[in-house]
Design a protein around this ligand. Sequence first.
Ligand code: AHG
Ligand code: MN
Ligand code: MN
Length: 334
Amino acid sequence: MTTESTLALPVGTTLDRFIMRQQESFAYAKGELSQLLRDIALASKIVGREINRAGLTDITGAFGRDNIQGESQQKLDVIANIRFKRALINGGEVCGILSEEEDDIIQTNNYNGKYVVAIDPLDGSSNIDVNVSIGTIFSIYRRVSPIGTPATFEDFMQGGRRQAAAGYILYGSSTVMVYTTGKGVNCFTYENSLGEFFFSNANIQMPVTGKIYSINDAYYDEFAPSIKSFIADMRVSSGAMARYIGSLVGDFHRNLLKGGIYLYPPTQKAKEGKLRLLYECYPLALILEQAGGRAIDGTQNILDIVPTKVHQRCVAYLGSKNLIDDLEQRVLNV
Ligand code: AHG
Ligand code: MN
Ligand code: MN
């Protein structure tokens, strides 16, 4: 089966059926990756339910501990981490997990699992308590360590280009799951009463340019002149719009559909950038590349960055091709 026949599936096809049909287009696929994507979708339904009723069940607010990034963990961060871990461990396809919420690689004890997953279980922590969109971001690799052994550091250090699949779930005005297995980007919308994700946006292509720029303006004075000049020119371009939720998944999804750019340059507090390479930047970079956009750290394509640490940070400029080209010229020409 070709990609075309998968993409020809009608809007309204269930996620499960879509995954099954897509699997048939990989000649030797045995269904493990399909099962893994279904496990992620299942966990996201449970997390989405917890988010929806958060205000009623005393699961908003701080958990009372910092994560490895030195950031205060929210109760929902902890709950989402538990739910995704449980689904991935029970699913059996994964030998190791890297989570934003845990210092070390998590061994699932499924030594025969062929995959590893890097995940930001809940993205946009500052928006949890105020009913604003939050998300989950994931990245999947085929392991490089031998089957039948525990997951290794090297399994997670393969670099962005070796991702087998990547995606995110946005818990917004509706819940959507967007993912790629390297054959285009597709979006599925959750229908609450039926408990199913349905195929809603086929083969998403990002507008080649856009009017939206998303950046935390509070750090403006700390930005390099090249970034300041880019923003200044965006501001005066006709129809320009500043849009910044502070939930990467929400800002990214909007810009993917409408065209625009998300910027997280180095700041005094976050000299290497704030976003995490393995479970924020690589997966979104792969989606962008598949959708015709671009992701750079200023000097190189994010997918080409060679990782050295599991919780490595990364400067990130994510967006429409023409906007990133423009930014890149300014950064390189200083
Ligand atoms: P997380 O909640 O997973 O720690 O990620 C927060 C990230 C990202 O979602 C967002 O775009 C960014 O932090 C916002 O940072 P600022 O508050 O510094 O703008
Ligand atoms: Mn995050
Ligand atoms: Mn997070």
